[in-house]
Write a protein that binds this ligand. Sequence first.
Ligand SMILES: [Fe+2]
Length: 163
Amino acid sequence: MEKVNRILSDERYRFYLQKNKALEESRPFCHHNFDHLLAVARLTYLLLLEEGCRFIHKELAYGAGLLHDIGRWKEYQCGGDHAGHSAALAGPILKRAGFHPSEQAIIIKAILQHRHSAPAGHRSPLSEALHKADGMSRLCFFCSSRKDCHGLERRPQREKLLY
Ligand SMILES: [Fe+2]
């Protein structure tokens, strides 16, 4: 997990997490903090293992999970889609962490495709697992804001825990 740990100590990575935190302080709905990113990273890896996918290794799953929402703050500040912002911000971090260009490409594609509204097209097993993990990471059945949540209908854990 050397490359993953380099992400965690990357100054820009930490800066983006601080920006997410500051801009979500009063948000009543899901936050896009480190707990969420780590939950998604672990679930992405778990789903890939369950599916028997052998060519996506652990560091790819964690790289995608830990970076997939790092541009959320930019959506709050400038509009646009946070999947695109996160993918753009992830590139230099992945490079500094030592991921091979082919690994960077597959992680960035998964980040771009992690939202339910992502355009159709070829999706890798990592893209599929990251998208599913993002939904499964939310504990909607415990959430006090669920009655006001527009996304509740498509949340897999709106009534009970699945993972
Ligand atoms: Fe997201």
